[in-house]
Design a binder for this molecule. Structure first.
Ligand code: SAM
Length: 255
């Protein structure tokens, strides 16, 4: 089952579990099919539903890693890159680094490729984040924006990121969170009621935008994911809230 890690006394969420998924393989397949079906409208919906705040979040994340991206010959990997906007934001920090985007949805990558210019010079690779086709110690930076939450096994995803990072390398996982207080209450109404309706209307996909709030609710809290990053080997892990904690960036280092 994608829900619980075997052997754990507590029910610990192992990874994403779209409706109908019975194990990690079927969860992965369902996630890939879902993103493939919404790929044609993904960018439009993203910007519309976030009122373009997503652009600020990608930029802020990219700026955080400027010290790596400005290093000549540095190698960065953007996991679950979708249509490429996080990778493009990394590129905007300079020309020094080599940037690769990886996603397992062909339809998303087709759109990323279409948006690529010779100036952006990004390599796109069709690959599952849980089975990356890179040797150990390949990258100085691994990022993932709004993608990690969709992995069918979070611990396996963290271990895979850790494996492909070089010693001294860093990871940045940007994802939604559940804000507290009044902002949280207002946001909940939007996120759970308004967003799924608009998403369904424009994408024509019934499940995808209902899955989004459900997947955020299931996603480990910042302290829990930081703990799991530690178990995967990351050090100095922190969570930096963005926009009242609606989203946030997990950072960790491979020392
Ligand atoms: C919400 S989109 C995010 C896209 C992009 N990073 C952004 O910020 O707009 C999530 C992406 O993660 C990809 N994804 C989910 N699970 C994956 C996996 N196991 N391996 C590779 N890609 C995955 C999906 O195909 C989808 O393109």
């Amino acid at each position: 089952m994608p829900d619980a890690a075997p052997g754990s006394s507590q029910q610990q969420v192992r990874g994403a579990a779209p409706e109908g998924a019975t194990d990690t393989e079927s969860a992965s397949r369902a996630v890939r099919d879902m993103f493939t079906s919404i790929a044609p409208r993904y960018d439009l919906l993203n910007h519309l539903l976030s009122a373009n705040v997503d652009k600020l979040w990608w930029r802020r994340t990219a700026r955080t890693f400027r010290h790596i991206l400005s290093r000549e010959g540095a190698r960065a990997l953007d996991l679950c890159c979708g249509t490429g906007d996080m990778a493009f934001a990394l590129r905007k920090q300079g020309r020094a680094a080599t940037i690769t985007g990886a996603d397992f949805s062909h339809a998303m990558l087709v759109r990323a490729r279409r948006k690529t210019t010779s100036a952006s010079a990004i390599t796109w690779i069709e690959s599952d984040a849980l089975r990356l086709p890179f040797p150990d110690n390949s990258f100085d930076l691994v990022t993932s924006a709004f993608g990690f939450r969709n992995l069918a096994d979070y611990d396996a995803g963290l271990r895979e990121i850790f494996r492909v990072l070089r010693s001294g390398g860093e990871c940045g996982i940007l994802d939604f969170s559940e804000p507290g207080g009044i902002v949280g209450k207002a946001y909940n109404v939007y996120f759970k009621s308004v967003l799924p309706r608009i998403g369904k209307l424009i994408s024509g996909n019934n499940g995808a935008y209902a899955y989004l709030p459900a997947s955020v609710k299931r996603f480990p809290s910042p302290p829990e994911l930081i703990d799991r990053m530690g178990q995967a080997g990351f050090r100095e892990s922190v969570w930096i809230p963005y926009t009242f904690g609606i989203a946030g960036l997990f950072r960790g280092k491979k020392l």
